[in-house]
Write a protein that binds this ligand. Structure first.
Ligand SMILES: [Zn+2]
Ligand SMILES: [Zn+2]
Ligand SMILES: [Zn+2]
Length: 542
């Protein structure tokens, strides 16, 4: 693609969605100068891009693309809808896909994974960020007092199932063999590694010896990881009840535990959990009560560590002839108090609420295939183990005349692409903050208000926006429609590439803006002694 064509593409593709969000923030829209990077397209795709640029409905197309935030694989719908005033029954407006320039309505794919759709995954990450942050500092309908409640950031890891190569903070991977151990394993492979592995080294997370590595235990742990988490939350409540000297059944009259957690794959292909755990006051209808006097984040951190260290679960054998394994979290437990949002002189301060929320949101958009090399010999061996185990399960089931589904590992094969992890990547307790659904409804209301303001040519009053955040806002309009599925994705690869390039440009712009802002922040308050072990990522509007 020539420079001239690129320039043309740059000029041609508007960034409506992005401009709107800047409008909302009171900042000017994008200044020129950044090119739309279409990468190396093959001749056929390039021809499609040019055909789109020269097409008569280009404006309609680019508007449709902007409306879905340049989603890479939007869902296409046919149908119509009416917006009705619920008080009078009057039809305020109608929309029909037949009358729209492209003859079809595009809706975001909504995929949370960055590899599938960078635009929708960013939206998901931003929503996750907001709902996690609201649980830390309040906001979006969550009272600010939650920011005063004890809060802990905990990381619960998996134990070791064998030696793997790792980044050791720039040091040698494994410089020597502990006394009493052999310099080679029984398979004749060295137990030491003198390499200094850097980011991107394909040996990272790979076992030193795949024949020594305990693949069966790795899979059993991964399979029951959600169960370990569940038991951890029970044990934590138990520890709290003991601390307050009340029976567990009455703990809710004193405190409740709220959390948001994400599962993240480590390079060795096993998940670990990052969680924000908050101590609230007694159960109330509104939720979010203040924690009782005498509680602190430090106390909560201690109890979290104790509970996590004590959790155990005896996992059933994989198949006949296999053993029962007592599963625990790894020894690398970490639970640290989070600075209270409004208290900036906290001596324990290691992480800011923004950092933690951004960190969790980022991992919520990852999946097995993003953070581990699923084509590595280690990942292949994990999947091969799943296949082998599944064959034995089927044989056992046949012998016992029992349905495979009823076997404790009967569904393991179904989860082989997740390397045996069947849990959710991002979960939270009911009263942690709000739900993604609530956030989405608010966005729909916002977009509707914005569209109405545009249509009627009036200013959007920011005070009206406050109402959008109230969950109990009485809806005075109702949208009634009938839609049928017409397909998924853009019409051509060229359209897809255009949409992706525009999404990438919007992302780049957001990144630069976030960088500028954090530079400004750093310049205004340089705080020596503030330990920050987590990089600030995934800020609110990224
Ligand atoms: Zn999408
Ligand atoms: Zn190594
Ligand atoms: Zn070995």
């Amino acid at each position: 693609m020539t420079r001239a064509t690129r320039d043309r593409v740059w000029d041609a593709v508007p960034l409506r969605a992005a401009e709107h969000s800047f409008e909302r923030l009171g900042e000017p829209p994008i200044a020129g100068g950044r090119l739309l990077d279409l990468g190396n397209l093959d001749a056929a795709t390039e021809a499609q891009v040019l055909a789109r640029l020269l097409s008569r409905d280009f404006d309609a197309w680019s508007e449709a693309a902007a409306r879905v935030g340049h989603c890479a694989r939007p869902v296409r719908l046919h149908g119509h809808s009416d917006t009705v005033d619920t008080r009078t029954g009057e039809v305020l407006s109608s929309f029909s896909s037949v009358e729209s320039p492209l003859g079809v309505l595009h809706v975001r794919c909504g995929n949370r994974r960055a590899t599938e759709c960078s635009s929708c995954s960013r939206l998901y990450a931003a929503d996750t960020f907001h709902l996690i942050r609201a649980g830390v500092t309040g906001g979006k309908g969550v009272p600010e007092q939650v920011g005063e409640n004890p809060l802990v950031f905990a990381t619960l890891t998996a134990p070791s199932f064998g030696l793997v190569h790792g980044i050791r903070g720039g040091r040698t991977c494994r410089p020597f063999t502990p006394q009493g151990q052999d310099r080679t394993c029984e398979h004749g492979r060295p137990t030491v590694c003198h390499a200094r592995h850097g980011e991107g080294d394909e040996l990272l997370g790979q076992p030193r010896c795949r024949d020594c590595y305990d693949y069966a235990s790795h899979l059993v742990w991964q399979w029951w990881a959600p169960e370990l988490w569940r038991r951890f939350t029970i044990d934590l409540r138990r520890a709290l009840a003991k601390r307050f000297g009340v029976p567990e059944s009455r703990l809710g009259e004193l405190v409740t535990v709220q959390y948001a957690k994400v599962a993240e794959y480590q390079l060795r292909g096993i998940v670990h959990f990052h969680a924000l755990i908050r101590l609230d006051g007694p159960k109330t209808d509104a939720g979010f009560a203040s924690a009782p006097a005498g509680t602190s984040a430090a106390l909560l951190a201690t109890l979290v560590e104790q509970a996590a260290a004590g959790v155990a679960f005896d996992a059933p054998p994989l198949h006949e002839g296999d053993v029962v394994r007592r599963l625990r979290f790894g020894t690398q437990l970490d639970a640290r108090p989070i600075a209270i949002a409004r208290r900036t002189d906290d001596p324990d301060r290691a992480l800011t609420p923004e950092q933690v929320a951004g960190y969790l949101a980022k991992y919520a958009t990852k999946s097995a295939t993003d953070s581990t090399n699923t084509d590595s010999p280690h990942a292949r061996r994990l999947r091969a183990t799943i296949v082998a185990v599944t064959e034995r399960i089927h044989a056992d089931a046949r012998a016992d005349d029992m349905p495979v589904r009823e076997h404790p590992y009967g569904l393991l094969f179904k989860w082989r692409h997740m390397l045996g992890f069947r849990g959710h990547f991002s979960t939270k307790s009911r009263r942690y903050s709000m739900t993604l659904g609530q956030l989405r409804r608010r966005r729909v209301r916002y977009e509707r208000a914005l569209a109405a303001a545009h249509r009627e040519g009036r200013t959007l009053d920011v005070r009206d926006l406050d109402d959008l955040l109230q969950d109990d806002t009485e809806e005075t309009t109702l949208v009634i429609g009938h839609w049928t599925y017409a397909g998924t994705g853009w019409d051509t690869d060229g359209d897809t590439e255009l949409a992706k390039a525009a999404a990438a440009r919007a992302r780049e712009y957001a990144r630069q803006r976030a960088a500028t802002r954090s530079e400004q922040r750093a310049a205004t308050k340089s705080e020596p002694g503030t330990k920050s072990t987590v990089r600030e990522e995934g800020s609110a509007d990224e």
